[in-house]
Write a protein that binds this ligand. Structure first.
Ligand code: GLU
Length: 509
């Protein structure tokens, strides 16, 4: 027998922006698929139209693209099992619901929401918390198990609203193996007869999920721990439909930094960091939640950081490209315990990635940022500026800030340096330095340094006396990257101009 090709899916519901925990679920699916030369699918689970949020699906797809997770089959690229949006698959589900009904594994229920509310209240008043529609209570409700056959038929024909519920057996152990949790066993006495289908023709999540996973030939279901309680129901549905059950892997939760509870969508920016990959504007109230992209994270750093929230390679290596992650990833190394989120660590990852990017790549980012800020500078200069700015930046949007003085003459001057170093003699010193620089023909960092040192010698002054004044006039700052490199990048003309203009401005302070 040949092993089945690995096929996994990420199945988001477009009920809002994608939480970073969701991105991690997608990532583990993606890594697992690629590691096993399998397929990664994205299926949109939008059967619950009451929770539909406009823009959410597009947001989710954009976020996954930003993260570099290309789907083999999805709403965007299509595939042999299209459509990949459940609301467009509506016609597919009914036949499987009918099969369950015909085999006495499901039944029609006609109870109205008022009736259900009433029994819940009565039960609560009698001291029983959490009333459930189950193998015991169903015998006193309005359904095809309690009503005469003719009455059920009459109700269905007359267009009475109904739902179809799964008919769970009494006192049966449902046992399955989860790659991360090991053996899981639940007794049907602790489960309820979940709704599978509604008279508006829409299946619920459970039904649609099982039918689609089967039809789409999904071999492994890798999803968040919050779905673990639904897994026994899913196992039974596979059994009742006589289908092979996929292998389950329920991922540990992402926890708040203090370990106190799940990191939720509602945490938004409250804890000082984004919980969403991209910025999100709530279409209902216009509220904006920040995103890692806009905050200045590189997608590669974001992905590397997320991979480590719940998984580790078992070695001390921390920096992994996507292809290295694919090679190293293993579901067996995903832990059971919740993973505490650490924003400082996320920043560290980002800084490492910025540091290691090529000068061309940093130059391109810098050029785009400068263009956005309406600063006129060539790509060539931006590439030259890269080594000076990439050393210190933690976020990509600090690159321009870090290198602003490379593109524009300073308009303000570091106050501390001005107070400590700038005095009545300073304009003359800078004036003479400017003259010495004027004579330089080959304007390179080395040459500028040679001339500067010769100038110090000649004047019998130390670096500490002239260096800070020089930096102040060229950059406006008290510290920073090599001044000679800076002068080379901005060019001779601009350096001489700044030495002159800044001295004039400083004289007026
Ligand atoms: N639509 C579910 C969600 O939003 C998918 C759960 C699953 O992967 O089975 O998370």
């Amino acid at each position: 027998m040949t092993a089945r090709k690995v096929r996994v899916r990420f199945a988001p519901s477009p009920t809002g922006p994608l939480h970073m925990g969701g991105v991690r679920t997608a990532l583990y699916n993606y890594l697992f698929a690629k590691k096993h030369n399998g397929d990664f699918l994205i299926r949109v689970e939008d059967t619950d139209q009451t929770r539909y949020v406009p823009g959410a699906e597009a947001y989710i797809m954009e976020a996954l693209t930003w993260c570099g997770m290309q789907a083999d089959e999805s709403t965007l690229v299509g595939g042999p099992h299209a459509p990949y949006r459940q609301s467009e698959r509506k016609a597919i589900y009914r036949q499987y619901v009918d099969q369950l009904l015909a085999n006495d594994k499901a039944y029609y229920a006609f109870d109205t929401s008022e009736e259900l509310d009433r029994v819940r209240e009565l039960s609560k008043a009698a001291g029983n918390a959490g009333w459930q529609y189950n193998h015991v209570t169903r015998s006193s409700m309005r359904n095809s198990l309690t009503l005469p056959k003719e009455e059920t038929e009459r109700l269905l024909e007359s267009g009475e609203p109904f739902v179809v519920r799964i008919k769970l057996p009494r006192n049966e152990e449902v046992k399955f193996h989860d790659v991360i949790r090991g053996w899981v066993s639940v007794n049907t006495n602790h489960m309820d007869d979940k709704v599978l289908y509604k008279s508006d023709g829409m299946p619920t999540y459970h039904m649609a999920n099982i039918v689609d996973d089967h039809l789409m030939e999904i071999t492994h279901v890798i999803r968040g721990e919050e779905w673990l309680p639904s897994a026994p129901l899913h196992v039974l549905l596979y059994k009742y439909l006589d289908w092979e059950c996929p292998i389950f892997a329920h991922l540990p939760l992402l926890l708040k930094p203090d370990g106190n509870g799940k990191l939720s969508k509602r945490d938004g920016d409250r804890l000082g960091f984004p919980v969403f990959p991209l910025e999100w504007t709530n279409p209902e109230n216009g509220e904006v939640s920040s995103g890692y992209r806009e905050r200045g994270f590189l997608p590669e750093a974001f992905i590397n950081m997320l991979a480590f929230l719940g998984w580790n390679p078992g070695t001390s290596q921390e920096l992994f490209s996507m292809s290295e992650l694919i090679a190293a990833f293993d579901l067996e190394r995903v832990g059971k315990a919740g993973a505490k989120y650490d924003f400082e660590k996320a920043k560290w990852f980002n800084q490492q990635y910025i540091k290691h990017l090529s000068h061309d790549a940093i130059g391109a980012i810098l050029h785009a940022q400068a263009t956005d800020a309406k600063i006129n500078v060539s790509l060539e200069i931006c590439v030259k500026a890269a080594p000076l700015v990439q050393e210190r930046a933690v976020f990509t949007n600090e690159l321009l800030e870090e290198g602003q003085y490379l593109f524009e003459a300073p308009t303000s001057f570091d106050e501390k340096t001005v107070t400590k170093k700038w005095n009545a003699d300073s304009p003359a010193i800078i004036g003479e330095l400017r003259e010495a620089f004027e004579a330089i023909e080959n304007w390179t960092s080395n040459e500028i340094e040679v001339v500067f040192k010769a100038f110090l010698n000649e004047k019998k002054m130390g670096f500490g006396q002239v260096g800070p004044l020089f930096r102040l006039t060229v950059t406006g700052k008290g510290a920073g990257a090599s001044l000679f490199d800076i002068c080379e990048i901005i060019g001779k003309e601009e350096t001489l101009k700044r030495l002159k203009d800044s001295t004039a401005t400083l004289a007026t302070l």
